[in-house]
Design a protein around this ligand. Sequence first.
Ligand code: G4F
Length: 356
Amino acid sequence: MAKKIIITGVSGQDGSYMADFILNNTDLDVFGMVRRASKPDYSNLKNALKSSRFKLVTGDLSDSQSIENLVREINPDYFINLAAQSFVGASWQIPEQTFDVTAVGVLRCLEAIRKFSPKCRFYSAGSSEEMGDVTYSPQDLNHPIRPRSPYGAAKAAARHLTKVYKESYNLYAVHSILYNHESERRGEEFVTRKISKGVARILTSIKRDRAFKPIELGNVDAKRDWSHAKDFVRGIWIMMNQEKAKEYLLSSNETHSIREFVEKAFLCAGISGLWHGEREGEEFSISQSYGNAVNPSSSVLVKINPEFYRPAEVALLHGDSSLARKELGWQPEISFDKLVELMVLSDIDEAQKSEE
Ligand code: G4F
């Protein structure tokens, strides 16, 4: 009989790439958990839904009964939790819901596994947001936990819970620190996708000689360690198939500012810009002539909007994934430049199709 895996958050970026990876590289049956929704969005699951080994099941991390029922009925060999309230910015507006889903949700999964399927291997995605106000760079697993957001605090709690359950009940339970990971499937509220979608929108306007509005961003000096999500799901699967459960950290080992992401993203669309002005008045404007194509009323590509500042910012994230590289033989295959290019070209393609 084929082995079985439950993946939570399966319609999101990480969950859908994980489902694709498992379907393409193993013969496991995949049970993708989704929340009930009146207008479900399964656009990331176009590939997975074609497979007879893929099944959608309904469950909710905030509902222990639903998790217990799924674990009891499916009796999975693996349970990969990629669901969360994952938008850091929103975690100040909905702190309780963030903590309930992101921290207590992990506890509900661990309890269900302990009670009904103790041999099942459990994984839960942790975050570099747990590092928060960093004290050194690059950060490794020894870095102190200093979260700066309700989201980061929830992920830190989930990390402790996973360790406690692993040690108390001898479960194969892994929480790994994941630095930022993006893709063409990234949610549009995250800064990278907001930029790549904005670049595609602006390019379309320039080509059609239409005026355009700039992309509005918050703190462009924050630095992040970005990888492609596909590289991370591969790393997670390697972690899940070791002799012993162990915590790892996945990162590109590079750090880049939002500012740099903006510059590269516009260059991928053939648009070069220059920063000018200071603080809230800073703008990124077109630095070259596009002949008649540029409407003189719109040359500002990016402007700062303090509305997108956070109550507390994580200024710098820069990971050190040398342990995972050494012990798991893992390393990212998609560079930062390639990641930016993939995202921008995919959004340009989408923008062009929607104009046709
Ligand atoms: O893209 P972000 O919203 O991602 P953030 O906060 O780093 O969190 C992501 O990575 C974590 C791992 O480190 C995950 F755990 C988490 O689930 C998520 O995937 O923001 C990145 C940076 C921040 O410093 C933010 O202040 O971009 C800055 N930023 C500047 N302007 C903006 C904007 N972020 C967003 N979302 N929107 C802006 O307009």
